[in-house]
Design a binder for this molecule. Structure first.
Ligand SMILES: O=C(O)C(=O)[C@H](O)CO
Ligand SMILES: [Mg+2]
Length: 258
């Protein structure tokens, strides 16, 4: 049975960020993920995880100035020192929460810049090497251009090639099924073929990005397939509830912790 992680950035937004941990546990989740924890102290998060017996499945390394439109700095010129500091900050939260996988966002790329791919490769290699010392996996996630116009890593093939070229054991794919369906389709066969390099899976309905309970994808079939191929990681519920979070959890009831 898939190990679902409530995404506390998109779900349970009826509560304050820290109270979302309690609400997710109460709803039957045993794990959580979110985009960024950096607005609250790491020890406050650690306390909520312990109080609720929750596992920390994933979060993102700092993304640069999100409010200003940055979506990662790994591709940006002149930001390598900032990237190093961001990795240190992410590792501080990793130590407090026990998370074993961190997502490095790539950033928005200038199509005219011939050095973008070189900078990205250097950033990914450096981040993976830093995380390997702490036995943490570094994840890279292809993101579709409708949701994030200009995002550099916008193709599963490019992610697969970089992972193969760098050959770092802790560098893995963040397989967001929502993005996969939008960019490439062929979800089931891709899950089977990419499982050896997959470090995390995320789900949402397509095209709405609401609960995984209909629309283009047959999620009960995909959940059974994830079990069949032996994936033993987390499945992050990175969706925006149609209404109140608790009203949209019928899809989850067969999997909830009793
Ligand atoms: O956009 C996504 O699907 C992600 O998982 C990123 O981490 C946040 O944008
Ligand atoms: Mg995602």
């Amino acid at each position: 049975m898939p190990l679902f992680a409530a995404n506390l950035t998109m779900m349970f937004t009826e509560w304050s960020f820290l109270d979302r941990f309690d609400a997710a546990a109460e709803a039957g989740f045993t794990a959580v993920e979110y985009l960024f924890p950096y607005d609250v102290p790491p020890e406050a998060i650690a306390e909520r995880l312990a109080r609720n017996n929750l596992q920390q499945a994933l979060f993102n390394l700092p993304p640069g100035d999100w409010a200003a439109g940055e979506r990662g700095i790994a591709v940006l010129p002149g930001r390598f020192d900032a990237l190093k500091a961001d990795i240190d900050r992410g590792l501080e939260y990793a130590a407090a929460t026990g998370v074993k996988r961190l997502h490095l966002m790539a950033g928005l790329a200038d199509p005219s810049d011939s050095e973008t791919a070189t900078r990205y490769r250097r950033s990914v290699a450096y981040a993976a090497e830093q995380l390997a010392e702490k036995e943490i996996d570094l994840l890279i996630e292809p993101i579709n251009g409708r949701n994030m116009p200009g995002y550099f890593l916008n193709d599963f093939g490019a992610a697969e090639r970089l992972i193969a070229e760098l050959g770092l054991a802790n560098l893995k794919l963040q397989f967001d099924i929502y993005h996969r369906q939008i960019m490439h389709g062929d979800v089931t066969v891709a899950l089977r073929r990419l499982m050896p390099i997959t470090g995390h899976i995320q789900i949402a309905s397509v095209p709405s990005r609401h609960e995984p309970d209909g629309e283009e994808l047959n999620y009960p079939y995909l959940f059974a397939e994830i079990d069949r191929i032996g994936y033993d990681g987390f499945v992050g519920c990175e969706y925006a509830p149609r209404g109140r979070t608790l009203d949209g959890l019928d899809w989850f009831k067969p999997y909830a912790r009793s």
